[in-house]
Design a protein around this ligand. Structure first.
Ligand SMILES: NC(=O)c1ccc[n+]([C@@H]2O[C@H](COP(=O)([O-])OP(=O)(O)OC[C@H]3O[C@@H](n4cnc5c(N)ncnc54)[C@H](O)[C@@H]3O)[C@@H](O)[C@H]2O)c1
Length: 279
């Protein structure tokens, strides 16, 4: 059980979308909130939303891809609230494209935000959580795209699979320190994420207008971020490892594990490997 009331939460990409909704859910349960984002105007709008809530709320401009920004954000959170207990590494962007056509600078851009942004949040905040000894919780935002792949979104899948693997290892590392780790794995959620790829450094367009429209429609038919956020807060309190939000997508997980087991069985059934196991 991870307590939320009276604790301090740091949330990246907290000015809008899923991050903002999680901040709201945590504030409703009594947590102080530090919102971090690259969008100053959205941060100010978000902060105003909390004005009537009986919790402390502050904001910081922070690009999760930059370690120096995250270090500054960690210090600012301590200066403002004294301690930090919950870290939600949520900021993320989308990027697709065909192999052989994706610009290297765009690959680095998505890895720096979606993977290294999570790593920076862990590296710069965990020592502060450990130092007060009261325990805490980290939520790393992955995706169903971290559990199964579709064609056309390889860079996004690569970063989200990485976040899942990293977080599984992190959970084992942090357990003795009373710091829980949860991995949020939503399917489609109604946010502005489909617009993020337009900010890639190359400006290269990987989708034509029709594909873009389909992506927009899929995202807009997604779950309300508020529902994802309330369930996330429930799962933090319950110290759940995986936070799944789309029961109908379970088939993707079943298919992936069926394939893994089938190919593992093929190896185990091969005489060379059977001999190696006996020996
Ligand atoms: N929307 C979905 O369908 C969906 C599904 C699964 C997982 N996710 C994941 O949820 C997370 C949040 O996405 P969202 O859908 O709310 O997107 P969003 O684009 O609506 O919100 C993302 C927020 O992160 C901020 N941000 C972007 N780059 C940043 C950076 N470098 N540093 C700090 N802040 C930055 C943006 O300004 C924005 O406020 C992402 O990690 C995304 O991959 C989203």
């Amino acid at each position: 059980m991870t307590e939320i009331a009276g604790k301090t939460a740091f949330i990246t990409g907290g000015a809008s979308g899923i991050g903002f909704a999680i901040a709201n859910a945590l504030a409703k349960r009594g947590a102080n909130i530090m919102l971090a984002d690259i969008n100053q105007a959205a941060l100010e709008t978000a902060k105003a939303h909390f004005a009537d809530m009986n919790v402390g709320v502050d904001t910081i401009l922070c690009d999760v891809a930059k370690p120096e920004d995250m270090q500054r954000a960690a210090q600012a959170t301590l200066d403002r609230f004294g301690k930090v207990h919950l870290v939600v590494n949520n900021a993320g962007v989308g990027l697709g494209g065909e192999p052989g056509k994706i610009k290297m600078q765009d690959w680095r851009w998505i890895v720096d935000i979606n993977l290294m942004g999570v790593v920076h949040g862990v590296e710069f905040f965990v020592p502060h959580i450990q130092s007060h000894g009261e325990g805490g919780h980290i939520v790393n935002v992955a995706s169903m795209a971290g559990h199964g792949a579709l064609a056309g979104m390889a860079p996004y899948h690569a970063t989200k699979f990485a976040v899942v693997g990293y977080s599984e290892a992190l959970k084992l590392e942090l357990m003795p320190h009373k710091i829980g780790v949860s991995i949020l794995c939503p399917g489609w959620v109604k946010t502005a994420i489909h617009e993020s790829a337009s900010r890639r450094p190359s400006g290269n367009v990987d989708m034509d207008a029709a594909e873009n429209l389909i992506m927009k429609q899929v995202i807009e038919s997604g779950l309300p971020p508020e529902r994802v956020a309330e369930w996330t807060a429930d799962c933090v309190e319950a110290d759940r490892t995986y936070i799944f939000t789309h029961p109908e997508m379970r088939i993707g997980i079943d298919m992936r594990y069926a394939l893994l087991k089938e190919d593992y069985s093929a190896t185990a059934a091969h005489p060379d490997f059977a001999v190696a196991q006996d020996g």
